[in-house]
Design a protein. Structure first.
Ligand code: ADP
Length: 164
């Protein structure tokens, strides 16, 4: 059985992330989606919240398990028996980042490989960091996130969803 690991900050989960989960879950027997505990970026949601939002968003996909991790992603992959790390690509700049990271990860753990899935064209512009900026200013993010997430984001910024 091939287990794949899709790690990320997921702050919060977007329709782009769910698109990658859906694509990867079709290709691997088991997909572990892992919320990174301590990314080096400012977070809107804590780990419990990001984990719960992701669980709600992926509940309909049977071979997906949502969990969380800290430390090196390749070490976590080894710990759970995942031979593949999944990432999503929107653009050339995503590719550049993943390319560098993949070679570093291979140096650290030669047995774990990277598989990248291209996002749907509809989601190329969807970015968790940008949509938080938009929501903060009262813009409409409802098409960029799963239904449970928009309310959670607006609540963080003190905006009732019906006012947006
Ligand atoms: P990171 O893990 O780098 O902190 P994210 O949590 O935002 O960043 O993203 C996790 C993974 O999902 C990364 O591989 C990223 O490229 C990918 N991703 C982000 N947004 C999208 C999108 N709209 N479509 C497809 N993949 C995406």
């Amino acid at each position: 059985m091939v287990t794949a690991l899709y790690p990320g900050s997921f702050d919060p989960v977007t329709v782009g992330h769910v698109d990658i989960v859906t694509r990867a879950a079709k290709q691997f027997e088991k997909l572990v989606v892992a919320v990174y505990d301590t990314p080096s970026k400012d977070l809107l949601f804590d780990t419990d919240e990001r984990d719960q939002l992701m669980k709600d968003a992926c509940r309909h996909i049977p071979n997906v398990e949502v969990t969380r991790f800290s430390g090196l992603v390749v070490r976590y992959a080894k710990d759970i028996g995942a031979g593949v790390i999944v990432r999503g690509l929107r653009s050339g700049s995503d590719f550049e980042y993943e390319f560098d990271m993949a070679f570093m990860n291979r140096r650290l753990e030669p047995d774990v490989d990277l598989v990248c899935f291209m996002t749907s064209q509809d989601y190329m512009f969807v970015s968790a960091s940008l949509l938080k900026e938009v929501a903060k200013l009262g813009g409409d993010i409802t098409e960029m996130v799963p239904p449970n997430v928009a309310q959670a984001v607006y609540t963080k910024f003190g905006l009732p969803v019906e006012e947006v």
